[in-house]
Write a protein that binds this ligand. Structure first.
Ligand code: NAD
Ligand code: DAU
Length: 357
């Protein structure tokens, strides 16, 4: 793999993946980053990569659904592997406006697969980045394995499930070399502050309410983003073609406990806030429709076959994450001052987003 097409590289995980590949992964080839730059894509994330890796990093602002532009990119850069991150990724948005999820996540993946099977250059791999949400919801016991039937519950997870099926079908039908990874909840630098962890960090720093859905007892399994990137690269190099691999953090937590821990850590790292202790900011709000109760991942296949284990503990990962948001105020302000973000916050959380007395 010398010319890897990364789609959605200006988003949260894609950005982390590109930095990992250019600096720490032992990869010497080129990364071609294709991103449409939706509200979630930020080209500034990769300015440092553009400067430091002039010959090894290329950015193209293109929609993966645009077959003509994508065919040109395949040819111009002799793409020989694909890592497909590009997606609409936020469950709450998929509940309100599912159209873009169907378009990018399903049709976009389909268009890429069609190009991949028709390319003149020998394609070595189509890696598809997917989610544990395709499996639906667990009760208080058990784990998702690679054999758990798909039972997606939101338009987001249904669109991802659909794209996974297409990728698998292209392996079975056309022999396209594919791998799929299904990962649990990520957190870390560059995550858009509509998602739980960065939203709670930023609201808590500003003394705003911390909106916890329902009773806060829903459970997620948290993984630091760099661990996800390492797992993807391991699968790309040595994963069995045609197979899927679960990735998880061994870090299950109820939402209310997660938010409490973020509050305590912020009280420690940034003391002296008006609203102190920050746990006082926790506000229970209306639940997410169809809210999956619990995700938990059995990733023993990835450990047994490829020797992957998460390296970061939650304690070290969440501290690094908070430090990153504290150190990147300009990045935060650019998003928060944007009309798009302000509209979203108002629509999702109402007028109740002012600092508490
Ligand atoms: P993100 O929303 O932060 O980034 C998505 C990126 O895709 C953005 O840069 C956006 O501009 C780009 N994009 C969207 N539509 C596009 C299109 N039509 N053409 C080209 N680019 C387009 O998402 P993320 O959290 O980084 O997630 C990346 C991938 O990982 C997604 O496929 C998601 O389903 C999957 N995933 C995410 C998590 C998580 O916890 N965030 C966990 C498991 C799997
Ligand atoms: O499991 C992997 C998935 O994790 C990825 O496929 C998705 O792209 C990613 O967005 C994430 O989905 P979730 O819905 O689990 O993540 P989110 O950060 O939106 O929410 C995490 C939990 O926190 C969930 O139970 C809902 C809850 N929540 C979320 C928000 C935004 C709240 O209680 N309040 C909130 O304001």
């Amino acid at each position: 793999m010398q010319n890897i097409l990364v789609t959605g590289g200006c988003g949260f995980i894609g950005t982390n993946f590109i930095y990992y590949m250019l600096s720490n992964a032992g990869f010497n080839g080129r990364i071609i980053n294709v991103d449409k730059l939706t509200y979630a894509g930020n080209p500034d994330n990769l300015v440092a990569a553009e400067k430091k890796y002039v010959k090894r990093y290329i950015f193209e602002k293109v929609d993966i659904c645009d077959t003509r532009a994508m065919a040109d990119i395949f040819d111009r850069y002799a793409v020989d592997a694909i890592c497909n991150f590009a997606a609409e990724s936020h469950v709450d948005r998929s509940i309100i406006e599912p159209d873009a999820f169907i378009k990018t996540n399903i049709e976009g993946t389909f268009r890429l697969l069609e190009l991949a099977r028709g390319t003149k250059h020998q394609l070595k791999l189509f890696h598809h980045v997917s989610t544990d949400e395709v499996y639906g919801s667990l009760g208080m016991n058990g784990y998702f394995t690679e054999h758990t039937p798909y039972r997606p519950n939101s338009p987001y997870s249904a669109s991802k499930a659909s794209s996974d099926h297409l990728v698998r079908a292209y392996f079975k039908t056309y022999g396209l070399p594919v791998t799929i990874s299904n990962c649990s909840n990520n957190y870390g630098p560059y995550q858009f502050p509509e998602k739980m962890i960065p939203l709670m960090i930023l609201n808590a720093l500003e003394g705003k309410p911390l909106p916890v859905y329902g009773d806060g007892r829903n459970v997620r399994d948290w993984l630091f983003v760099t661990d996800h990137c390492q797992a993807i690269w391991k699968i790309m190099q040595a994963g069995k073609r045609g197979e899927m691999y679960n990735i998880g953090g061994q870090c299950e937590m109820a939402n209310i406990d997660l938010v409490g821990r973020i509050c305590d850590l912020l009280d420690d790292m940034v003391p002296g806030a008006a609203a102190s202790p920050r746990r006082n900011l926790i506000t229970f709000v209306e639940d997410r429709p169809g809210h999956d109760k619990r995700y938990a991942i059995d990733f023993s296949k990835l450990t047994d076959e490829l020797g992957w284990m998460p390296q970061e503990t939650f304690e070290s990962g969440i501290r690094k994450t908070i430090e990153w948001y504290l150190d990147h105020q300009a990045w935060v302000d650019q998003i928060k001052n944007g009309a798009h973000y302000q509209r979203w916050m108002k629509q999702q959380y109402g007028e109740n987003q002012k600092p508490l007395e």
